[in-house]
Write a protein that binds this ligand. Structure first.
Ligand code: PXG
Length: 315
């Protein structure tokens, strides 16, 4: 069928619109209102700032759709529930607020950051001194790794900083205190690497600083079970489902550094990272030191899937 005039004009208009929008200050959702970024301010007495008391989510927008919105919102409310934090709006209202913020910024591709802080209180840990949690929604962009790394793959080290056990805070809580992961990230940067493997207290592989990890060995795909201390990543779940559609079963098994040293391929998954190959670990090449065949196939399959699924935004 030949393309109509309006169909041809749409992508051009979209491009002009998004170029215009990207030069504008961001519009932020803050406690029920959409305000320009320079007016989006919170109190120095907010316990999110004073104690890292709060939770967050990171969500991608692909092609005018919010990817896995329900899954991310459910995880956000679970994180809040786990720390006895009452989010002042319902999950349905949060969904509408998220879509409204994306539309207000005219974003067709980007990254959403939902932040719920414990709210303003007096000095002192007691969260019950904070009458109302604050809701912040940022719709912008994120670049976790340099663009060329999506072609060439990442280099990894083993971080000395361990993933704390769930006897401390459950790794499933996406809390506003990411210092443990930040310490691990500092180690990676100081070693001249982009990413690192975080082990749990027993020395088993948990995950990376902000991504889940997978290996491929003789066509067998393996990832550590969530009980090893990683986050139950939504991209991880998506990739496991995509593999299954390709007829490949992903095994969940406890992993040590040996498994990565001897793997044919390795890749990482995360909302911010998407799917990306890892080609070097502790200065040793992984496989032949290039992104693996299955990894490349998966990166392509993920791109297609992500661009075709999600909650549509009304602009
Ligand atoms: N592990 C950790 C510790 C994470 O924080 C993931 C894995 C991947 O999970 P998802 O569900 O996204 O596939 C995450 C994700 C940010 C940011 O700045 C967020 C994450 C990681 C890095 C940066 O918003 N979270």
């Amino acid at each position: 069928m030949p393309l109509g005039k309006s169909q041809l004009a749409k992508p051009l208009l979209r491009r002009i619109l998004s170029a215009l929008m990207s030069s504008q200050p961001l519009k932020i959702y803050l406690d029920g209102e959409i305000v320009p970024e320079n007016e989006a301010k919170i109190s120095v007495f907010d316990h999110g700032l004073l104690y890292g008391d709060g939770v967050f989510e990171g969500i991608r927008i692909y092609n005018g759709r919010v990817f896995k919105l329900t899954e991310h919102l459910e995880r956000l409310y679970d994180s809040a529930r786990a720390i006895c934090l009452t989010i002042p709006i319902s999950i349905a209202e949060m969904e509408q607020a998220t879509l409204k913020t994306v539309a207000a910024n005219g974003l067709r591709d980007g990254y959403i950051r939902l932040v719920i802080t414990r709210g303003v209180g007096s000095l002192g840990l007691n969260p019950y001194q904070c009458p109302k949690a604050s809701v912040i929604i940022i719709a912008s962009s994120i670049a976790l790794y340099p663009k060329e790394r999506y072609e060439t793959g990442l280099t990894l080290i083993t971080c000395g900083t361990r993933r704390p056990s769930s006897a401390a805070l459950s790794p499933q809580v996406k809390s506003l205190n990411y210092l443990n992961n930040i310490m691990a990230k500092i180690e990676c940067m100081q070693a001249g690497c982009e990413e690192g493997i975080m082990l749990n207290e027993q020395g088993f592989v948990a995950e990376c600083t902000g991504d889940n990890v997978f290996i491929v060995k003789r066509d067998q795909v393996t990832t550590p079970p969530i009980s090893s201390g990683g986050l139950d990543g939504i991209t991880r779940q998506t990739v496991i489902a995509l593999l299954s559609e390709m007829g490949i079963t992903c095994r969940e098994a406890v992993m040590t550094r040996y498994d990565i040293y001897t793997a044919d391929e390795c890749f990482l998954t995360g909302t911010a990272a998407e799917v990306i190959a890892a080609v070097q670990y502790d200065r040793r090449p992984i496989g032949d030191g290039k992104p693996g065949k299955l990894t490349e196939k998966l990166i392509a399959a993920f791109k297609v899937y992500a661009n075709a699924h999600g909650t549509p935004v009304t602009y």
